[in-house]
Design a protein around this ligand. Structure first.
Ligand SMILES: *[C@@H]1O[C@H](CO)[C@@H](O)[C@H](O)[C@H]1NC(C)=O
Ligand SMILES: *[C@@H]1O[C@H](CO)[C@@H](O)[C@H](O)[C@H]1NC(C)=O
Ligand SMILES: *[C@@H]1O[C@H](CO)[C@@H](O)[C@H](O)[C@H]1NC(C)=O
Ligand SMILES: *[C@@H]1O[C@H](CO)[C@@H](O)[C@H](O)[C@H]1NC(C)=O
Length: 482
């Protein structure tokens, strides 16, 4: 049964989670470095999670190789360096190539781990699938080939393994050309080193970034629209069987949140002792600085009777991978309507905001907003900033689109500075664009002193274009991790 060890996440080693999952936060590994594994996939081996993703740094946004991390709780991650390194001058995995959306599956038949990814040149002219193998899950992986799946094109890439029979499938969009614009679901042969046959084609929906979630009775295929690195409304299709018939696509999150500013890419089924939990593993891309992109992981609610699925937002939550339970953490809210403004910042009527008022005009160092009387514990605490940033001009799900007609350039995020108690330390808060009237949140880990005398001040930092901060509705201060 190929790949059966990896089919589902069962009876994981008991460790009670002390670390929260904070979508959109800066996630650090156990050595204190930022986790650098974009558009990733997670493989489960002997109760351990292995996260493979694209390594991106400033100046090497593509072709940087594949990094790998391991965890027992999905929150505490240990780096194992590169699973696949780019090789200067290599015909397929040189640093000037595209090495995207890596996924790893184990073949019982060969006893090897197979890494597959979208292999391309920098102008997306090849549209191939790369294969590298290793005897060990963490690698290093050795390049084997880069091929066209059954002779066709392949762009955004995913792998799905059916937990019932252990069979694995390749999922890929076939690019943006007119003859493409489909998503394929194709079975692997038993060594997981080649493809067998097309099981289904999602014909002409023009979607990408596919992943499949399996419940006891259904398969749900999630995909995003094609708006480059701008997020859009991810959709899902449902079917009883992988070969279909598949349902019409439907939107999986509140409209105009654009899937909480994220793109789909992977999902995980966690079969806990108390609950089955489905996890959405998405990317919050930052096209103005791709290496600053973050991860949006959220629980997915599925009701098979209603044939519905929705991705649920939580600022901060605890996921117990053993029981499968998700516990949202509650925090204390401080409203911008009660905050002090300085300079040209002011409170403006906004019927979609918490108190019908939102603070706008936050700019540079002189036009700021301060929340005072904030309760702290003396330990690092996550603070979520609820904001609106309308720079996008309200783009939709269509490919192309025109940039901000005021500035003429996509300004996909503003950056605010945040200071605690007037201190020297300046935290940078990245605030992705939103639709008008849509309030989303983004978190920072802050050090508040013990007691209720803390002041959190927010101003504007340079985002490459201007020093505007996003409009602020409220902040929520969460208790520290245990
Ligand atoms: C990528 O490959 C295509 C197809 O072979 C080719 O036309 C294009 O010039 C290549 N791009 C680069 C940057 O080499
Ligand atoms: C290859 O792509 C063409 C054009 O979309 C399609 O007609 C054909 O069925 C595909 N074949 C396979 C095996 O994917
Ligand atoms: C699977 O396909 C690959 C690539 O074509 C081939 O090398 C391998 O032998 C195949 N495995 C089986 C079991 O047919
Ligand atoms: C605001 O102050 C910071 C230092 O805290 C400085 O780096 C930055 O240039 C200032 N920005 C403006 C617009 O004056």
């Amino acid at each position: 049964m190929p790949g059966s060890r990896l089919g589902s996440v069962l009876l994981l080693a008991a460790i009670s989670t002390a670390k929260y999952i904070v979508p959109g936060g800066r996630w650090h590994d156990t050595e204190g470095n930022l986790i650098n594994a974009h558009a990733g996939g997670i493989t489960v081996v002997d109760s351990k999670f292995w996260w493979f993703g694209e390594y991106k740094v400033e100046g090497q946004e593509e072709g940087g190789g594949v990094s790998v991390y391991s965890s027992e709780d999905l929150a505490t991650w240990t780096s194992h360096g590169f699973a696949l390194e780019a090789i200067e001058g290599h015909p397929y995995i040189a640093p000037n190539h595209i090495i995207q959306r890596p996924k790893v599956v184990y073949s019982e038949e060969t006893g090897k781990y197979n890494m597959w990814w979208h292999a391309d040149n920098s102008t997306y002219g090849w549209l191939l699938q790369g294969l590298a193998t290793s005897d060990k899950i963490q690698g290093p992986y050795t390049f084997v080939s880069a091929t066209s799946p059954l002779g066709n094109w392949s762009q955004d890439f995913g792998i799905f393994t059916d937990y019932k029979d252990g069979k694995s499938y390749s999922l890929y969009s076939n690019g943006d050309r007119r003859e493409g614009r489909d998503v394929y679901l194709t079975s692997y042969n038993s060594t997981l080193t080649g493809l067998d046959k097309v099981i289904h084609r999602f014909d002409k929906y023009d979607l990408e970034a596919p992943t499949i979630i399996q419940t006891e009775n259904s398969y749900y295929a999630l995909m995003s629209h094609k708006t480059g690195y701008r997020p859009n409304n991810v959709v899902a299709f449902r079917a009883d069987s992988l070969s279909g018939p598949w349902s019409q696509p439907f939107i999986v999150s509140p409209l105009n949140t654009r899937t909480y500013n994220s793109q789909s890419g992977f999902s995980l089924r966690i079969s806990g002792t108390k609950k089955m939990t489905y996890l959405y593993i998405g990317d919050q891309w930052d096209s103005n600085s791709l290496w600053e992109s973050r991860y949006i992981w959220l629980p997915i609610e599925i009701d098979d009777n209603k044939r519905s699925l929705s991705v649920q937002w939580h600022d901060v939550y605890d996921l117990d991978v053993k029981s499968g339970q998700v516990t949202p953490i509650s925090g204390k809210t401080y409203y911008a309507s009660d905050a002090q403004v300085s300079g040209n910042a002011f409170k403006q009527e906004a019927n979609f905001a918490s108190s019908n008022l939102i603070v706008t005009g936050i700019y540079g160092n002189d036009s700021t907003v301060s929340f005072s009387g904030v309760q702290g514990t003396g330990k690092p605490q996550w603070v979520s900033f609820y904001y609106q940033n309308t720079d996008d001009m309200g783009f939709g799900d269509q490919p192309g689109g025109t940039p901000d007609r005021i500035g003429g350039t996509w300004q996909l995020r503003r950056i605010s500075w945040v200071r605690v108690n007037g201190g020297e330390k300046v935290e940078s808060l990245y605030q992705r664009d939103t639709h008008k009237g849509i309030i989303l949140s983004t978190p920072l880990l802050l050090n508040l002193k013990e007691g209720s005398e803390n002041t959190i001040t927010v101003g504007g930092l340079h985002n490459g274009f201007d020093v505007k901060g996003a409009d602020l509705d409220r902040i929520v201060v969460y208790p520290p991790e245990k």
